[in-house]
Design a protein around this ligand. Sequence first.
Ligand code: ZN
Length: 281
Amino acid sequence: MVNNFFLESLSFLLGSSLGSFANVCIYRIPLKISVVTPRSFCPECGRTLLWYELVPVISFLFLRGRCRICDSRISLRYLFVELVSGTMAVFLFLHFGLTVDALVKFILFLLFVVIAGIDWTHLVIPDRLVVAGILVGVTALSFTSPHELIYSVVAAILATGFMFAARFLGNLAFKKETMGMGDVKLSGVIGLFVGVQYFLVAVWLAAVFGIVYWIFQRFLNQAKRDIKLPFGSFLSGSFLLIYFAIGPNCPLFHHSTIPWLRLSTILYIPSFHYSMIPIIP
Ligand SMILES: [Zn+2]
């Protein structure tokens, strides 16, 4: 029991530390700063952070969300990403143990958190993150279920084609840019992992998030007419929800007593089936 608690705490620490790294990526990649050097610094005063300012979750709470020297506010995003990443690591450890499966799922999770964070702050999706997603997907699939790789690739192409057509029609109808090419490319990665039907569910969910966001900006925040939607963030969020909470790969789904969750078996699509390969046998 003590041993398990120790491993869970370790998972949280490791997960939140990697979440902290994801925060660094969200800040640095769009600004074209290396994610390795220089060491972490305060974006306001440029001062290099000390070791005790870098402990995930704890440092943020200890510093009450402010820089120790210049007193500038640190975005709540840092705390949020660290907490969610730590929790996700514990969740994956509990369900999949110390396996390649858990590791690949966690990398995928972090990748989409970074994509969502960058699109949210800069309204762009860097191409290299899309490429990373495709590489993770194709590599993992060719090791674990090579016979399904072809279905996933076809799903990726169909999803990209669908979004490309939607973008084309949108631009034609509104006579302006309705969606970035980044969203189109990201759709391919989502299709690769969850298949066409669940991809369409992701688009629908993202549209719902988008409408809620628009209403919030328009009426509560009194934003001006031209509200730019970080649609890639909504797509990423929807993907993570489907992949980890309601899709066929989710532990909740397999053991669920809630009928509509099991009903989604009907929507079954070729998707990820990792064999459980233990890192430590
Ligand atoms: Zn500072």
